[in-house]
Design a protein around this ligand. Structure first.
Ligand code: ZN
Length: 343
């Protein structure tokens, strides 16, 4: 079985006055690697590629450490921790900030939220919506659904997240955040501060730790066939020219049910990706459908803030707490798909 664990921001807590950025401090990463290492064998991206290719199989309990978005702090803060543990991992790089100086909308939103109260943020969103002639209906926010989905946030934040992620179409969300962000921040400087540069990507690639996180960071399932193909090919080609290596593994932006589909997985395969990671909260019991591998966030994994997978100290058995599951179900039923159902 394979547990994939994902990290985003690696920085001390409390850098900003308001919540919006939920970082993992480097010492927390350090502790979690120890905890994961007690129960799993930590593997590299290359191990995964070989296993999918049909070569050497994975260890019985394998764990892969991953980082999304190509943040500079991952290279500066996290890579040395991995090195100290003698552990590999994959850094999934989004290439648009790197080639075009365009920041990810999600990072602009995080920075905006981290620097003002949720109430002020909502007021500013509504005000800017008027100026760009976008109508927003806050009454469409389903409080129950918002409560269920965003378990770690306060109510005001849950409502804003639901509004931006589920009520407003993605393109409108981008327009709103871009308009608000550009009143206050210089995007080129922001990119320079936030994302890895060519040398940093190359340094990680020397240890075979680079994967793709697409070129334009959006829920890939909203793109048409050609747009999606171009997006993935562009990302591969940029990363391959920087690293001089073949890029074989992708993690899909957002990674949930509205961002990934069987079609997205098929196009990932057609554009040369041998494995792909979603954000389905599950472990992988097999490597069947390798472009639809499940992955959990650091919080959910053993050693995280609120683990949904617990390991019995006496007999080593796993217990899964909802919404985490013991096999993949979001895009296909892994239990049924594995030959003989022998899971
Ligand atoms: Zn991302």
């Amino acid at each position: 079985m394979l547990l994939a664990v994902n990290f985003h921001y690696i920085q001390p807590e409390g850098r900003y006055p308001y919540p919006g950025i939920y970082p993992t401090p480097a010492d927390q990463l350090d502790n979690q690697l120890l905890e994961l290492g007690r129960h799993f064998e930590l593997i590299s991206g290359e191990d995964l590629v070989h296993a999918v290719d049909g070569g050497k199989g994975l260890p019985k309990r394998a764990c892969l450490i991953t980082f999304d978005d190509g943040l500079k702090e991952q290279c500066i803060e996290a890579a040395p921790v991995l090195e100290r543990h003698g552990v590999s991992g994959i850094f999934f790089i989004c290439t648009q900030p790197f080639t075009e100086g365009v920041a990810l909308t999600v990072h602009k939103m995080h920075r905006l939220r981290a620097t003002r109260s949720p109430e002020q943020f909502l007021a500013e969103l509504l005000e800017i919506a008027k100026t760009i002639e976008l109508s927003i209906d806050v009454d469409q926010v389903d409080d129950d659904a918002a409560n269920q989905q965003y378990i770690y946030d306060d109510l005001a934040t849950k409502r804003i997240k639901f509004l931006l992620n589920h009520v407003i179409p993605f393109k409108d969300f981008e327009s709103l955040i871009d308009a608000l962000f550009s009143r206050e921040f210089d995007e080129t400087a922001f990119c320079r501060e936030m994302y890895m540069n060519e040398n940093q990507i190359r340094a990680l690639s020397e240890k075979h730790m680079i994967g793709s996180h697409s070129h334009y960071h959006c829920p890939l399932a909203i793109l048409g066939h050609q747009e999606l193909t171009d997006n993935l090919l562009q990302s591969r080609s940029v990363l391959e020219s920087v690293t001089g290596q073949e890029i074989r593994i992708i993690s899909y932006p957002y990674g949930g049910v509205t961002a990934v589909s069987q079609d997205v997985a098929r196009i990932a395969r057609e554009t040369g990706f041998i494995a792909g990671f979603t954000m389905e909260r599950s472990i992988n019991r097999s490597l069947i459908h390798p472009q639809l591998l499940a992955r959990v966030s650091t919080n959910d994994a053993p050693g995280g803030k609120s683990p949904l997978l617990l390991v019995d100290e006496d007999n080593g058995r796993f217990t899964f707490h909802p919404p985490m599951t013991g096999f993949r179900t979001m895009f296909f039923n892994e239990c049924v798909a594995v030959e003989g159902g022998g899971m």
